[in-house]
Design a protein around this ligand. Structure first.
Ligand code: IDC
Length: 492
């Protein structure tokens, strides 16, 4: 990973920073800000700004302003409140990090779309200059510059670098999300052990839940009432957040869709459900064509959600028309972006032929077993549509599951078009297999799209009632019956 470093020296209010001389001759006591690019790719970068109080008294607020060149924008920021005016971004404290003691520092971070570095800055309203040369030995900044690209603390105790901490006193562990009896409350941070998804007790578990439809089309289906129904009426463990990249999705409004995903992560967390963040590539099928977007998106969501225990990342929905080595190359470039921020989250990699382990391309899981992605704590995605994919697909999944950690991140009860009749017999055979193998799943879709795969009857989301069976399609009734049976999560 290429790491670049820029340094901004920010003169304190006592300095009339009207000349270059004033910038070079910093007073012994001044506030400084160090701007460090912690991760970069061809169309964007992640940066951290450390504001250090080098004065001899406590400061009770701070304000950093950065101006970016045309074509470069801040996608999102954490540990700061952001206001934008033209190409100037004003960062003020997030709330808990306003007060900085003498000699102490605070840090905030951002994801930037575009490659331009800041052209100007101010701190607390006073003009400051920018030094673009690399840090020189003996300069004042090294202690203010984080030595690790990680946005997570590596030592115990409060850290100014936590991305989403709501209070200044919080420790790096978050309380059980949504209460102690919920799926996240019981199972905590998940990890891959052997070929299984395991809970905090290192015991295999199966998560059962639903996938959203495209957020760009069915925004009115995802709200407090529908998510309450999913958590308490359906008793689901998992919400898959299907964020299309094309077809009117992420590429049209990166900041807006990133924010929407983050809100759904929070709403799932509040109800004790896991959130599967799905970068829903479909057309084009080669995820490498969205590589830069994927890096920008996953840098943002992994930094923002690093402290949460309920997040799982799915880096490419359904690769198609691309070889396994192409998918593997994509995965080995995107996974490090996530790991830099969120080292312990489970990441799921799509497979060839619309995540069929290659079967729909006439291949098989053998190519993955022979040449696995070089990363730990990962799983592989398998998708099926019960009316289209039957015994030979079931056999391949069962064979693969002996060697590879598998996760059914999407399936339908109907045909691969998403429409047509529910195939009850095939769906039953599939779900029995997944239960037996303890393979987690999310069903397409928790929406009222006018197609057989949708769980709700058309018009349900506009009407606003999501509980009970009266609002369900045949597919929805079948899935609700399967999902709401008691979980058997090991608790020791
Ligand atoms: C389908 C939707 C349909 C939408 C279409 C757009 O059900 O309403 O018009 O996408 O591309 C998948 C994909 C998933 C598909 C689904 C059904 O992951 O995006 O949704 N499907 O065709 N793979 C196999 C089936």
């Amino acid at each position: 990973m290429r790491r670049l470093k820029l340094k901004l020296l920010v003169a304190g209010a006592v300095v009339a920073a009207t000349s270059a001389v004033a910038l070079v001759a910093l007073p012994a006591s001044a506030e400084t800000a160090a701007f460090t690019v912690t991760n970069s790719w061809s169309t964007g970068y992640q940066a951290s700004v450390v504001v250090k109080n080098d004065t001899s008294s406590t400061i009770t607020t701070w304000r950093v302003q950065l101006t970016l060149p045309a074509g470069t924008t801040v996608v999102n920021a954490w540990n700061a409140t952001t206001a934008t005016s033209g190409s100037t971004y004003t960062f003020t404290p997030a709330g808990w990090n306003a007060t900085v003691a003498a000699g102490a520092s605070t840090e905030f971070g951002m994801i930037v779309n575009g490659t331009g570095r800041p052209t100007a800055c101010t701190v607390n309203g006073a003009a400051c200059g920018i030094t673009t040369a690399p840090a020189t030995p003996g300069a004042t900044t090294p202690t203010a510059v984080p030595t690790s690209p990680s946005a997570r603390p590596t030592t115990a105790g409060p850290s100014p670098s936590r991305p989403t901490t709501p209070t200044p006193t919080a420790t790096p562990t978050t309380p059980p999300a949504g209460g102690s009896g919920t799926p996240v409350g019981i199972n905590g941070q998940l990890r891959v052990c052997g070929v299984h998804l395991c809970n905090r007790y290192d015991r295999p578990i199966q998560l059962r839940g639903m996938s959203t439809h495209g957020l760009q089309w069915f925004a009115n289906c995802y709200n407090n009432a529908s998510l309450d129904a999913l958590a308490t009426d359906w008793r689901a463990d998992l919400l898959r957040i299907a964020m299309y990249v094309q077809e009117g999705g992420y590429e049209t409004d990166p900041a807006g869709f990133t924010g929407r995903v983050n809100t759904l992560v929070d709403q799932a967390e509040a109800r004790g459900m896991y959130a599967l963040i799905d970068f829903h590539t479909l057309t084009p099928g080669d995820p490498n064509l969205n590589l830069d977007r994927a890096k920008t998106f996953f840098a943002a969501v992994s930094a923002r959600n690093a402290a949460k225990t309920n997040v799982i990342y799915e880096i490419a929905n359904e690769p198609n028309g691309v070889s396994w080595s192409g998918i593997k190359s994509y995965a080995e470039q995107v996974i490090p972006v996530i790991r830099a921020n969120d080292p312990d989250a489970v990441v799921i990699v799509g497979t060839r032929g619309w995540s069929s382990l290659g079967v729909s391309d006439g291949a098989s899981s053998a190519e993955v077993i022979a040449d696995p992605v070089r990363a730990s704590n990962i799983m592989y995605a398998f998708h099926f549509y019960a009316a289209s994919h039957k015994d030979n697909y079931r056999a391949e999944l069962e064979k693969a599951a002996g060697s590879l950690p598998m996760f059914v991140t999407e399936f339908g009860t109907v045909s691969a078009t998403g429409g047509g009749a529910v195939d009850t017999a095939s769906t039953g055979a599939w779900l029995d297999l997944l239960d037996r193998l303890k393979i987690s799943y999310a069903n397409w879709t928790y929406s009222d799209a006018g197609e057989g795969s949708a769980a709700f009857r058309a018009g349900t989301c506009a009407a606003g009632t999501y509980t009970g069976t009266g609002v369900l399609s045949e597919s929805g009734a079948l899935l609700r019956n399967r999902i709401r049976t008691a979980d058997t999560f090991p608790t020791s």
